[in-house]
Design a binder for this molecule. Structure first.
Ligand code: PLP
Length: 387
């Protein structure tokens, strides 16, 4: 009775199905290895935790934070963008703290679009994108990310007269682990500018990169018509803290600020202090965190390949994206794998129609557990005829 058409339009999630399969595996006495949730299992750097502890003892942090109180975090974000990507932003007008990238995206869409506007968004993609589009009353158009194109979209496939209000991308990518280079962002930003389209780049995996690979920023293509969402959830293992920042086009940042003014008072000052400190840490801290996930990739991907899996070699993110073995659809395979072996992965279908045929492994367990997961999956029955 009280459900608005906007709320009703938010898609349900396949993850409830996986949760039920996990419950059945536990009921059978199986020891569950859960690789379905992309939440870092690492702790934030000790200095960051200490900054937060200290802030909770400082009564001046207990009040509502005003915009002026966010200056240290905005300045730290600007310094990080300059140090890491050579991108210069004005911390007064081109940066805004977020309560996570997910919050930022939902409110940015409310700030920069009107109901009925078209939003191009990746398929497969992070599931809350569709929910945020529904809340804003948008017309979402999927951008197919296909393996033969390295999971990069083919913008030329769209009619030349298409004028979407916004285009949403995310590299390093969840769920495919694909990466994009600076030339790709330059071309995409030019495509967007020619159409009056805002380019939104969701960048929570900016520092979760392996070997010598370093991810570029979409803002290297210029700030005009580009907004990037950064998060400390993965880069500093601070998912539960709910903190990030938006940076880019001053007009779009102002629109986001206007909407947020009606919704929240910025993150708790103690969390802002912790995030400010985190953004100023030397790069070696971030590299050490990424190395943990790289070692997991180095364990899981060869183990899966050795068992005949067709799996991408990730250069970044915290995922491995693999083709479903045999002829099952991704949901039936993932449910069966959970029930038979206790290994829980995310079915590709959960990320959109173009995710069908794949499953996503989150690298959220130590290397030996990932190898054990691959070994157990070898015993999962595989359909060789279409069911
Ligand atoms: C692509 C993508 N965007 C955003 C988020 C959420 O980021 P935050 O914790 O900053 O809201 C995630 C988390 O998994 C993600 O994968």
């Amino acid at each position: 009775m009280w459900m608005s058409s906007r709320a009703e339009a938010v898609p349900g999630s396949v993850f409830a199905l996986m949760d039920a399969a996990k419950g059945r595996a536990r009921a059978r006495g199986l020891d569950v290895i859960d690789l379905s949730i992309g939440s870092s299992d690492q702790s934030p750097p000790e200095a960051v935790l200490e900054a937060l502890r200290e802030a909770t003892r400082d009564p001046s942090t207990y009040r509502y934070p005003l915009f002026s109180d966010t200056a240290p975090l905005r300045e730290a974000a600007a310094a990080y963008l300059l140090r890491r990507f050579g991108v210069r932003v004005n911390p007064e007008t081109e940066v805004l703290p977020l309560i996570g990238a997910q919050e930022g995206l939902a409110h940015l869409l409310l700030g920069v679009t009107d109901p009925g506007d078209t939003l191009l968004l990746p398929d497969p993609g992070y599931p809350p994108y569709l929910g945020a589009a529904a809340v804003a009353g948008l017309n979402p158009k999927p951008l197919p990310l296909l393996p033969e194109r390295g999971f990069l979209p083919d913008l030329d496939a769209f009619p030349a007269n298409l004028r979407p209000r916004a285009l949403l991308l995310n590299y390093p990518n969840n769920p495919t682990s694909a990466v994009a280079d600076a030339a790709f962002f330059a071309e995409t930003a030019a495509w967007c500018r020619a159409r009056g389209t805002l380019l939104i780049h969701d960048h929570p995996y900016a520092e979760l990169t392996y070997d010598d690979y370093r991810a570029p920023s979409a803002l290297e293509a210029g700030l005009d018509g580009v907004v990037e969402l950064h998060s400390l959830s993965k880069t500093h293992h601070m998912g539960g803290f709910r903190v990030g920042f938006a940076a880019g086009d001053a007009g779009a940042i102002a629109a986001l600020g206007r909407v947020k003014g009606a919704v929240d008072f910025h993150p708790y000052l103690g969390i802002q202090r912790a995030a400010t400190l985190a953004l100023g840490l030397p790069d070696v801290v971030g590299r050490a965190g990424a190395a943990v996930f790289q070692a997991r990739r180095d364990a899981l991907v060869p183990a899966l390949r050795g068992l005949g899996w067709d799996v991408q070699w990730p250069q970044a993110s915290m995922y491995a994206w693999a083709r479903v073995p045999g002829l099952q659809d991704s949901v039936s395979y993932a449910v069966r794998a959970a029930e038979e072996s206790g290994v829980v992965v995310s079915p590709g279908r959960a990320f959109g129609g173009r995710g069908e045929g794949f499953v996503r492994f989150a690298l959220v367990q130590p290397p030996e557990v990932l190898v054990e997961a691959a070994r157990r999956l070898a015993t999962t029955q595989v359909e060789t005829r279409r069911p």
